[in-house]
Design a protein around this ligand. Sequence first.
Ligand SMILES: *Cc1c(COP(=O)(O)O)cnc(C)c1O
Length: 379
Amino acid sequence: MKFGTKAIHAGVEPDPTTGAIMTPIYQTSTYVQRSPGDHKGYEYSRTHNPTRTQLQNALAALENGKHGLCFASGMAAIDAVIKLLAPGDEVISTNDLYGGSYRIFTKIFQNYGIKFHFTNMADLSKVEALVNENTKMIWVETPTNPLLNIIDIKGCAEIAKKHNLLLVADNTFATPYLQTPLDLGADIVMHSLTKYMGGHSDVVMGALIVNNDDLHERLAFIQNACGGTPGPQDCFLILRGLKTLHLRMERHCQNGRKIAEYLKNHPKVEKVFWPGFEDHNNHNVAKEQMNDFGGMISFVLIGDKVEDATHVLEKLKYFALAESLGGVESLCGHPATMTHASIPREERMKAGLSDSLIRLSVGVEDAEDLIADLEQAIG
Ligand SMILES: *Cc1c(COP(=O)(O)O)cnc(C)c1O
């Protein structure tokens, strides 16, 4: 099956009781047993729910994985992954990580004795230099947020295999339409389904996808034991969103390219961060591991003044000023005060995330209107 066919059909069966083509919302917490232990595979909805099961299967199919697991948010999925570790274990990750991931690592799990190292993972020699006998995991996010750095997943997988580490890839920005990390050697794919996968800015949810049966069993145990599971209504909304993932992503990518090129030629724009440019430092890796370059773009205005960035953000009309990304509508944001406010300024500067950086999540509107909006706002 090709990707678009998979997005619509894979992992999802008509409802066995009625033939309903769309997965029903099984709004139930429990399931009646004929005699003790004699049930139809469902006992309690924290553990299993038929709407969630279909979504988990669909996600596994899209990521070319064997097992999917859904969580109440992307953060709950991350929480479950780190609970595979024990005090004394160490994790290597990127220094321009999603702010919420940085926060849970440093403000929650560091208190439980797990140690996190952050480095510029675009340079793989820096990753290998941090490996020691306590290292258990490499955590990759690519493209990174908000600087659109590209990390070589295959290269990380080689380091992980060599030192017997788990490789986790946060695939929220790319989605399986653009890259499938399990095929490149990752052990766990993590998603915030809130973003492109749901695609309509109407639900918060997360997921993990794996191939290894033992790893699946350990993560399913954590999912049930800790209980960060989503409700069936939200699972239904993600199932509905997935059916147009390929159509939306195609347009996100087309619009992203047009807007990145428009910004690059704008006399008031200093720098544009987008992996599709040939002069992007890891463009060749992006071309190798991704099918296209996505609709996320960041840019800095000439002069790097916060007031100028604020002025643009206030004037934009179609790009709504809001947190989040990946919906059908275009959004703009100011990482230094919004998504990345939990990262100390000094750390932000080290990663190259300047005070006036503007991030765009380019939606699926008509590119001409989006460009006209940027034109009137940047002036
Ligand atoms: C949003 C996001 C998360 C967290 O997901 P939630 O659904 O908001 O909990 C993790 N990683 C990335 C890259 C994200 O964009």
